[in-house]
Design a protein. Structure first.
Ligand SMILES: *[C@@H]1O[C@H](CO)[C@@H](O)[C@H](O)[C@H]1NC(C)=O
Length: 304
C-alpha cells in the first residue's frame, strides 16, 4: 500500500510527460479524437459480431429451390417503408422514390403469386400519411392513379384481382373512379389477389366494423348473441379475401412497428423486419423472408 502511494507521483509524472511539451489545448484535441476513434472501431467490431441478422445475411443465402412450396404463406402483408430515404440517398426526387417503390411492389407481388402465395396486401397509404407535405400527398395520389390505370391491362392479362381497402371519403374522385373500374374489371380472378390499403388504418377498419354491426343490429339483422369473432372478421375490410389473416408481415427499412396497419388480422402473423429500403427489396430479400417464415414453428397461441 505504502509503495503504491509513493509511486503515485512518479506515475503521474510519467503520464504528464507527453503533455509537458504541448499546451493542454493541443494535447487534448490530439488525444480525444484518437481515443473516440478507437472506441468507435471497437464498438463497430462488436456490432458486427453480435448482430445476428447481419451474420445471417452473409452466411445464409437461400436459393428459391430450397423453399418448400407446400409451406408457402397464403397471405403476405407488406409495409412498404423507405421510398423517401431511398430517393434522398440516390439524390433523386421523393416522387421518384415512390415511383421506384410502386414498380417494386408489382414485381414482388408477381413473384409471390408465382410462388403460390394467394393474397398480397400492401400498406400503400396510411391515414397518418395525410399529415405529410401537401405536394407529396397530391403526388402520391396521382402516382397511385397512374399506377392503377397504366397496369389495368397487365393485371387482366395476368389474371390478378385488385382490391382497394380504406376510408375512401377523402380520396380524390378521379382516383376513386379508377379504383372502381379496376376492381370491377378484375373481380372474377380467383388465385392472385393484390390488396392495396389506401387511407387505411387498423383502427379505422375496426371502427368501421363496429358502425356496421350497430347499424345491422338496429335493423334487426344481428342480435347480441350473434356477435362473435367470425362475425367481426366478416365485417372487416379484409373480408374481400379468402385469407383475411396474413401469415407473414414484411416491413422494410428497419422500422419495427405495426403502425396502425392490420390490428385484428395480425393476431398470429409472423413478423419479418428487413433493414433494406423498399425500392431495394428484391427477389433475394423476398426469398430470405420466406425462408425465415418457413423455419418458424407456428403455434397460433397454443402452447407446445
Ligand atoms: C373517414 O374519413 C373521413 C374524412 O377524413 C372522416 O371524417 C371519417 O371519420 C373517417 N371514418 C372513420 C370511420 O374513421
Amino acid at each position: 500500500m505504502l509503495s503504491l502511494l509513493s509511486s503515485l507521483p512518479s506515475l503521474l509524472f510519467l503520464f504528464s510527460v507527453p503533455c509537458l511539451f504541448m499546451t493542454s489545448y493541443v494535447c487534448f484535441p490530439l488525444l480525444l479524437p484518437k481515443l473516440l476513434g478507437l472506441i468507435r472501431i471497437k464498438a463497430a467490431r462488436n456490432d458486427h459480431g453480435d448482430n445476428e441478422e447481419r451474420c445471417d445475411e452473409r452466411t445464409y443465402v437461400v436459393r428459391e429451390e430450397e423453399l418448400q412450396r407446400e409451406r408457402m404463406p397464403s397471405h403476405v402483408a407488406l409495409i412498404l417503408d423507405g421510398n423517401r430515404r431511398w430517393a434522398k440517398r440516390a439524390g433523386l426526387l421523393t416522387s421518384q422514390g415512390h415511383e421506384a417503390g410502386a414498380k417494386r411492389l408489382t414485381e414482388i407481388a408477381e413473384l409471390c403469386f408465382e410462388m403460390g402465395i394467394h393474397t398480397v396486401s400492401a400498406f400503400a397509404f396510411s391515414t397518418e400519411n395525410w399529415g405529410r407535405d401537401k405536394v407529396e400527398v397530391n403526388c402520391l395520389m396521382s402516382l397511385l392513379q397512374h399506377y392503377l390505370s397504366s397496369n389495368i391491362n397487365d393485371f387482366q392479362r395476368k389474371e390478378i384481382r385488385i382490391s382497394v381497402i380504406g376510408n375512401k371519403t377523402k380520396i380524390p374522385k378521379s382516383l376513386i373512379q379508377v379504383i372502381n373500374e379496376i376492381e370491377e374489371a378484375t373481380k372474377g380472378y380467383k388465385n392472385k389477389h393484390l390488396i392495396l390499403a389506401i387511407d387505411y388504418s387498423g383502427r379505422f377498419d375496426l371502427t368501421h366494423a363496429c358502425k356496421s354491426i350497430v347499424k345491422k343490429s338496429k335493423e334487426g339483422l344481428i342480435r347480441e348473441e350473434d356477435v362473435d369473432e367470425t362475425l367481426i372478421q366478416r365485417e372487416l375490410l379484409t373480408s374481400c379475401t379468402d385469407f383475411p389473416s396474413p401469415d407473414l408481415l414484411i416491413r422494410t427499412s428497419g422500422e419495427q412497428r405495426i403502425s396502425n396497419f392490420f390490428l385484428w388480422q395480425l393476431a398470429y402473423t409472423e413478423l419479418f423486419f428487413s433493414p433494406v429500403l423498399w425500392p431495394d427489396f428484391d427477389k433475394g430479400k423476398l426469398i430470405e423472408a420466406l425462408a425465415s417464415y418457413q423455419r418458424r414453428e407456428r403455434r397460433f397461441g397454443v402452447q407446445a
